[in-house]
Design a protein around this ligand. Structure first.
Ligand SMILES: [Fe+2]
Ligand SMILES: [Fe+2]
Length: 368
């Protein structure tokens, strides 16, 4: 691209460069359209006159350097020898080189060649950088996907014995994320809690089948929640008692130990594993924490897990109607559940029902 208000200068420069083997020229003697032409034609090098009516060369150079895409575009300034101050100004603005007018043909071609060489290195570097960037993005996506898959597999392994579709862990994770979102928590927390909550019962891996799957037995706290809603003609249900309760309850500590030494995500999962059976009024286990002494992620997962247990078929009971589930949760406001978390749950209930539809138990499980 040659920008000079004197047509003779433009044509001379073009002729010399053509003789040196260059082609594909853009030229203008109207400096007011120079910037637009550069944007439209994206030349590899610009020969730019300084003293022009309308817009001067320094202004054009400044405008070019202000745009990221032209920061490295070679700009050769055409100048008279006497303009030392102007030269300094141009250097300051990132001029690539100077050519004294009238242009010496012996000098013009080698200077243009050098500028183009630099430009081609810049272009290669840029291409390489964007290829690298693309690769990094691809790898990051792969890593994120495999991280989700591994978490899901581990969570599912723990649940597989008493919940064979694997959708329970996905639903609890999604519910927890939706509740956290309603509590206006930061995005990273919402995303992490969705993954970490899937692992809430990972410690069940260590509970023997004889206790976990004992026919007609369920965890005492779940029995408490649903006892008024068990059908008279349904299977007879009793809560676990004695040593069985203690063994069942150990799943929180085992899960928490499995996860506690890992990344921040795993530590969040450890916190959930440890505290998802704590009750807001202090009547839960294993530590009997109350109120905000229970980590928020534990309070969130408690609501998510309880709702899914109520609303799903289990070997010992049928799914309860949605209105009944909501009623039971509401009855436990301030007892089992944190009122603020419960409010967030109800605010998210439309999306929560969507998740239930998407991940119904007879659907083929897919990782979240
Ligand atoms: Fe649990
Ligand atoms: Fe659960």
């Amino acid at each position: 691209m040659i920008v000079d208000d004197e047509i003779a200068n433009v044509l001379v420069a073009k002729k010399h460069l053509e003789q040196a083997g260059y082609s594909s020229f853009e030229m203008t003697t109207d400096s007011s359209v120079a910037l637009n032409l550069i944007c439209a034609n994206r030349p590899d090098v610009v020969l730019l006159d300084i003293n022009m009516p309308e817009v001067d060369g320094i202004t054009i150079l400044r405008q070019l350097r202000e745009r990221a895409e032209f920061r490295h575009l070679p700009v050769l300034i055409l100048t008279a020898n006497s303009e030392a101050e102007v030269k300094l100004k141009c250097l300051d603005l990132g001029a690539t080189d100077f050519l004294v007018k009238p242009v010496d043909p012996m000098e013009l071609a080698p200077r243009v060649r050098n500028a183009l060489l630099t430009k081609s290195f810049q272009d290669q570097l840029q291409k390489h950088a964007s290829q690298l960037e693309e690769k990094v993005q691809q790898r990051t996506q792969d890593l994120e996907r495999s991280r989700r898959e591994v978490i899901y597999c581990l969570a599912r392994a723990a649940e597989l014995r008493d919940n064979d579709t694997g959708n329970h862990v996905i639903r609890v994770g999604r519910f927890a994320g939706l509740i956290a979102d309603q509590l206006d928590l930061p995005n990273w927390y919402v995303e992490d809690v969705e993954l970490a909550a899937q692992l809430h019962d990972v410690g069940k891996i260590a509970v023997p089948d004889a206790i976990l799957l004992k026919p007609g037995r369920i965890e005492p706290e779940e029995f408490e929640l649903i006892k008024n809603h068990l059908r008279k003609d349904g299977p007879s249900i009793e809560p676990h008692c004695g040593d069985d309760v203690q063994t069942m309850r150990k799943h929180v500590e085992i899960g928490s130990k499995m996860l506690q030494d890992g990344s921040s995500l795993m530590r969040l999962a450890a916190s959930i594993a440890m505290t998802h059976h704590e009750n807001f009024d202090g009547s839960g286990y294993p530590m009997g924490l109350a109120g905000e002494a229970i980590p928020l992620e534990g309070r969130i997962t408690a609501v998510a897990d309880a709702y899914d247990a109520l609303a799903s078929d289990r070997s010992y009971k049928q799914a309860l109607p949605r209105a009944t589930c909501f009623e039971i949760l509401e009855q436990q406001r301030g007892k089992h559940f944190d009122p603020a978390v419960l409010d967030a749950f109800f605010r998210a209930s439309r999306d929560i029902v969507q998740v239930q539809v998407e991940f119904m138990d007879f659907c083929t499980p897919t990782p979240a």
